[in-house]
Design a protein around this ligand. Structure first.
Ligand SMILES: Nc1nc2c(c(=O)[nH]1)N[C@H]1C(S)=C(S)[C@@H](COP(=O)(O)OP(=O)(O)OC[C@H]3O[C@@H](n4cnc5c(=O)[nH]c(N)nc54)[C@H](O)[C@@H]3O)O[C@H]1N2
Ligand SMILES: Nc1nc2c(c(=O)[nH]1)N[C@H]1C(S)=C(S)[C@@H](COP(=O)(O)OP(=O)(O)OC[C@H]3O[C@@H](n4cnc5c(=O)[nH]c(N)nc54)[C@H](O)[C@@H]3O)O[C@H]1N2
Ligand code: SF4
Ligand SMILES: [Mo]
Length: 855
């Protein structure tokens, strides 16, 4: 099998992948992001490239259409709206998952040809506060450091980052460096204890949004301990005294941490030169997000710990091309090549370079406002590309209504049915990962190629082509590209403007490079690999700015709902949801709740919790979250759950500088969902149970469904058939009158096609085992028992996705003496492929080796 050298389409680590058309996936040993490593999601890419559920031809109002009609209609509707209502009556909403080439042409069309800046992207939900913080401090949106810094640091501080689950290969690189050099220390700052905490020498369980106060405190500590770098400040930094004065002002602000803990952290930070502070959404997604970014950067500037090996602030980007999107100006408040909309010279130079008929003059609508403008009728034509806002934006139900309210909405996606696509007028089939070519830029400014290794299915087309074809039909020249290479070269050449205006982005060295064989390359191309060790900032006087910051007053509502990610799913699950392996880790929408709160609400283990009357979730009772706080994943949608779309319940404010919504802090109410019965089903058929509570997931043998109801069904066989989508076959039913438990097996041609378990209390059954019975020739009695046969022990819930090793198997191995992660790997294979489950293996080992109680 020939393998193609490409880049993973998921997180911003940007790992190199060797991929084959037969689904072979390997880490690329030569790629400087991962040196051959892959996490569980990357390793399972082969399971997600099948055509199941794909959108393969254009659809207008639900009906198949030809490309000609579809493109003509889109061009006509956008042109008409611009003619009748002006350029600001139309909008694009894009994504950090678009390739640089796609992104570049979308921006060019909106800003230089339509003449509006109404193009915002999901990066607004993701990186906007980092962008704003960088600009305030450095005068440019630049990540100063590299991945090597994470290995060279003596202290890594992770703030609002669950790196073990969200940037697993970076986490593994740190873990390996720490193992090789045990003096290296890691501090994790998160209101929640996470898989990442496992690597940490110190976990600061900070109060949500206590970060500005924490880093203000650090700044005053550094000043008092005489740890400031006076000569660096003198030569390269403005605003230090004001920043320290403001920090002193917020002394005593609430962080939720004890003085002793604070002192321990401050001493560690002050006493270690080589510090990297890594931050992600616990920082960005907050009403004080931009201030958090600057509070962190203040401490690095004040100590001159920036741009040197092993030192610096490091914003970990989320999406594979979050960084590339920022480079091509993919937000409503910036222009391509790091140029500024507010600057007339920048605008004129870009318009001249494009030779375009017009140029936007003011910033456009940011994501949340953009959808408000859709709701109130200002937007007449909307184009959503490569993102699923009806799930991922706060007030997701309001956003779905807003999209439906726009007279003409286009959704370009690879999937036929998504929550956003369901609200659209027209669906355009995009070529997906493996089928199209282009470039992405990762968190350390490294540009890598994505290369096609699969045929384009059906009538799908790459995004850059769809956008260019619409532009041409709107009567614009400047879009007659033959391939992504032509676009990349135009864009790389354009970064000369960035240089001309004294900015940092420089890809001109790639204009003449061979696109096909382009090796992963960091920008500035041919220049330094780190920024700012010797100053050289991008404010007018060349200096950086420390910001005077006020710590926010922390408010506690009834419950504070924190949201984020799980290890094995990617956002709205349109791709990772196809993998049975990935689905096995956590198979339904859940809310983590502290034991005292669960007791107060009368919620027992595995019962259901209702949030704000907007969502129903499985309760995961755990002391890893603080009392009065809840945590829920963002991944579930209306396609795979009845009410697991967490953003239906998330109504939040936004950061005043970046416009990034505070997705980590919805103020909600919580109550027990009083189900009368709980059910679990496995089936060879796909299921759409539509019960008051349900969630479906792919299994190796078909599908599984969790469900619950408010009314006990009259007839369990009918209920089982309806839920499992099984009309034919014989049913065997077992009902236990004392426990109220019912079991139904449906058997056809001596094979089990579906199993259904119902109970007045949460269903206890070995789920992986039940799924494994589908398609088997098993006596109906055994099937109804829902238990493993004696020679088939129940492996328990899956921990290792790659080798499908369950918690029971692991527990047995630990009890049998495998008391290190390595020994567990040898005994069970767990953790020996991608290593993403290693933090959970370590946690399991320490759980089972409880210290011997004192006499
Ligand atoms: N498995 C997986 N990996 C992913 C993704 C995915 O969908 N799945 N998505 C990618 C994308 S786009 C992104 S943006 C990244 C996000 O990567 P991360 O930011 O690491 O992930 P999150 O889970 O959103 O949030 C991180 C942590 O912030 C904490 N937090 C909440 N409030 C606060 C606070 O006030 N202060 C502090 N200090 N911490 C707080 C949360 O408890 C959570 O553990 O992940 C990327 N990687
Ligand atoms: N509550 C809460 N909400 C959040 C967050 C949070 O932490 N908490 N995090 C926010 C963040 S950081 C992010 S980045 C967003 C992510 O949220 P979204 O961007 O909305 O989520 P995705 O599922 O990644 O959406 C990508 C869509 O593009 C489609 N797609 C895949 N490949 C292609 C392609 O090549 N071309 C086209 N045209 N389409 C393609 C996929 O099928 C999918 O429908 O969620 C945000 N929402
Ligand atoms: S860490 Fe995992 S998801 Fe992120 S790029 Fe690497 S393989 Fe892909
Ligand atoms: Mo993100």
């Amino acid at each position: 099998m020939t393998l193609t050298c490409t880049t993973c389409p998921y997180c911003g680590v940007g790992c190199g992948v060797l991929a084959g058309a037969d689904g072979t996936i390997k880490g690329d040993p030569a790629h400087p992001a991962n040196f051959g490593r892959l996490c569980s999601k990357g390793s399972a890419l082969g399971e997600t490239i099948g055509l199941e559920g794909r959108l393969l031809y254009p659809k207008i109002m639900g009906q198949r259409a030809c490309w000609n009609d579809a493109l003509d209609l889109v061009a006509r509707k956008f042109s008409n709206a611009v003619r009748d209502f002006g350029p600001d009556s139309v909008a694009f909403y894009g994504s950090g998952q678009l390739l640089t080439e796609d992104y570049y042409v979308a921006n060019k069309l909106m800003k230089g040809y339509i003449g509006s800046a109404n193009i915002d992207t999901n990066s607004r939900l993701c990186m906007a506060s980092s962008v704003a913080g960088h600009k305030r401090a450095f005068g440019t949106d630049t990540v100063p450091g590299t991945y090597e810094d994470l290995e060279e640091a003596d202290l890594i501080v992770l703030v609002g980052s669950n790196l073990a689950w969200c940037h697993p290969v970076l986490y593994q690189r740190i873990a390996a460096a720490k193992a090789a050099r045990p003096t290296m220390r890691v501090v994790n700052i998160d209101p929640r204890i996470t898989a990442t905490s496992d690597l940490a020498d110190l976990h600061l369980q900070i109060k949500a949004d206590g970060d500005v106060a924490l880093f203000n405190g650090l700044l005053t500590y550094l000043a008092d301990a005489k740890k400031l770098d006076a000569s660096y400040i003198e030569e390269h930094v403005n605003g230090c005294a004001e920043a320290i004065a403001a920090a002193r002002h917020s002394e005593g602000s609430d962080t939720g941490l004890t003085d002793a803990t604070l002192q321990q952290f401050y001493q560690m930070w002050a006493g270690t030169d080589k510090v990297v502070t890594v931050y992600s959404q616990g920082v960005n997604q907050s009403t004080s997000g931009t201030d958090k970014v600057n509070a962190i950067i203040n401490c690095h500037l004040a100590t001159g710990r920036i741009g040197k090996p092993g030192m610096g602030p490091f914003s970990a980007t989320g999406q594979p091309n979050a960084m590339g999107g920022r480079e091509v100006g993919g937000l409503a408040n910036m222009l391509a090549a790091h140029l500024d909309i507010e600057n007339t010279e920048h605008r004129d130079a870009l318009q001249a370079a494009w030779n375009s008929p017009t140029m936007c003059t003011t910033a456009g609508l940011k994501a949340v406002d953009l959808f408000k403008a859709c709701a109130d009728g200002h937007i007449k034509a909307l184009w959503i590309m490569s993102t699923n806002p009806a799930v991922s934006l706060p007030d997701a139900d309001g956003v779905a209504d807003a999209i439906s309210n726009v007279p003409f909405t286009v959704v370009s996606d690879i999937m036929a049915q998504t929550d956003s696509g369901d609200c659209a007028t027209i669906l355009l089939p995009a070529a997906g990962w493996g089928e199209k070519s282009g470039t992405v830029t990762n968190s350390e400014r490294r540009v890598s190629r994505q290369r096609a290794f699969l045929p384009v299915p059906g009538e799908a087309r790459p995004d850059w082509q769809i956008i260019s074809q619409v532009a041409q039909r709107m009567g614009f020249d400047g879009f007659n590209y033959d391939n992504p290479e032509a676009i990349f070269k135009e864009y790389a050449g354009l970064t000369a403007l960035s240089q001309q205006f004294g900015k940092d982005l420089d890809l001109t060295g790639l204009v003449d490079a061979d696109y096909d064989t382009l090796a992963p390359t960091q920008w500035p191309v041919g220049g330094t690999d780190r920024f700012f060790a010797k100053g050289g900032f991008y404010h007018a006087d060349g200096k950086a700015k420390m910001l005077p910051l006020t710590a926010p007053v922390l408010e506690q509502g009834t419950f504070r709902l924190n949201t984020g990610r799980i290890r094995d799913q990617w956002h709205t699950m349109t791709r990772t949801g196809k993998s049975a392996k990935l689905g096995a880790h956590l198979a339904e929408p859940y809310v983590e709740i502290h034991p005292t709160d669960a007791a107060d609400l009368g919620i027992g283990p595995a019962e259901l919790i209702r949030i704000d009357n907007k969502g129903i979730f499985r309760a995961l009772i755990s002391d890893k979250v603080a009392p009065r706080t809840l945590f829920a994943p963002l991944h579930w949608t209306r396609q795979n759950s009845s009410s697991g779309t967490v953003n239906s319940a998330v109504t939040v404010g936004a950061d005043p500088f970046s416009g990034q919504p505070a997705l980590k802090s919805a103020d909600v109410t919580a109550a027990k969902f009083n189900a009368l019965w709980y059910g679990f089903a496995v089936s060879a058929n796909s299921m759409q149970p539509t019960r008051p509570y349900h969630a479906i997931a792919k299994t190796a043998t078909g599908w599984q469904a969790e469900c619950a109801g408010m009314k006990t069904p009259n007839e369990w066989e009918a209920e089982a058939r309806s839920i499992t989508g099984t009309v034919t076959g014989d049913a065997a039913i077992l009902h236990d009158a004392t426990t109220g438990q019912t079991r139904v097996a449906i058997i056809e041609n001596d094979r089990i096609t579906a199993l259904f378990f119902a109970s007045p209390t949460p269903v206890v059954v070995a789920r992986p085992h039940a799924a494994a019975l589908i398609g088997q020739e098993v006596s109906s009695l055994n099937a109804l028992a829902g238990r493993a046969a004696a020679d088939q022990p129940d492996p328990g819930p899956t921990v290792c996705a790659c080798f499908q090793v369950g918690a029971n198997t692991l527990r047995d191995a630990v009890v049998g003496g495998a008391t290190t992660v390595e020994a567990l790997g040898e005994a069970t294979c767990a953790g020996t492929n991608c290593g993403s489950c290693k933090p959970e293996l370590a946690a399991l080992i320490s759980q089972l080796q409880l210290p011997v109680a004192a006499e």
